[in-house]
Design a protein. Structure first.
Length: 207
């Protein structure tokens, strides 16, 4: 099974608070949430819908899972006109949550991965075919990248500089070359780029 991530980011690489500012964000001093809400032309929305429909299973961090469960998990088709395919995919496909504290999740089709996470994710990838998708879940995405478990990464870049917030790639971390396999720019300047990892970058040595 291929593990893919889809992350909305700003031009300066911030992934935090794309849909709004939570109490957890405010406690940490982050006040600039909601920068991606309502942004993006119809072609970007169609790309996002098609991405969800392609999924065979979903993997979430705990905070993102709880936000999705309380929104998508509680909505009817009438609540999400035009976005019914996303709701249906999230309802129908298996959902996995990386958490050591979540017990007895209420959203049907959910399995909690509470043991050794790397082994659990590798087992999922080895025993199945198709695509295991991660949406949002910033802390989990950073961990998956560090553990070299991501096969493809989609970055949906919104044309705004936020100036604060958690970024996809930390200031210090592993270096990776990226192979661009798909790219789109919509009429509102939102850029979609799909990357595969191509080993380490090459560096120029003047000596």
């Amino acid at each position: 099974m291929k593990l893919t991530t889809t992350t909305q980011v700003t031009v300066d690489g911030v992934m935090q608070g794309n849909g709004g500012t939570t109490e957890h964000d405010r406690t940490a001093g982050f006040e600039r949430g909601g920068w991606a809400r309502g942004v993006g032309a119809s072609e970007t929305n169609e790309f996002i819908k098609a991405t969800y429909q392609r999924a065979d299973a979903f993997l979430f961090g705990r905070r993102t899972y709880e936000m999705f469960a309380n929104s998508w998990g509680a909505m009817t088709p009438e609540d999400v006109p035009g976005w019914e395919p996303v709701r249906q995919a999230l309802q129908d496909r298996p959902k996995y949550v990386a958490s050591t504290t979540l017990v007895d999740p209420a959203w049907h089709g959910t399995t909690v991965l509470s043991g050794h996470l790397a082994d659990a994710v590798r087992l999922l990838k080895d025993r199945s075919t198709g695509e295991l998708q991660v949406h949002g879940s910033g802390v989990l995405v950073q961990w998956l990248l560090q553990a070299d478990l991501v096969d493809e990464m989609t970055l949906i870049t919104v044309p705004v500089v936020l100036g604060q917030g958690n970024r996809v790639f930390p200031e210090a971390g592993p270096d990776r070359a990226l192979d661009l396999i798909e790219s789109h720019v919509d009429s509102e300047g939102v850029t979609i780029q799909v990357f595969r990892f191509g080993g380490r970058p090459r560096y120029f040595d003047p000596s």
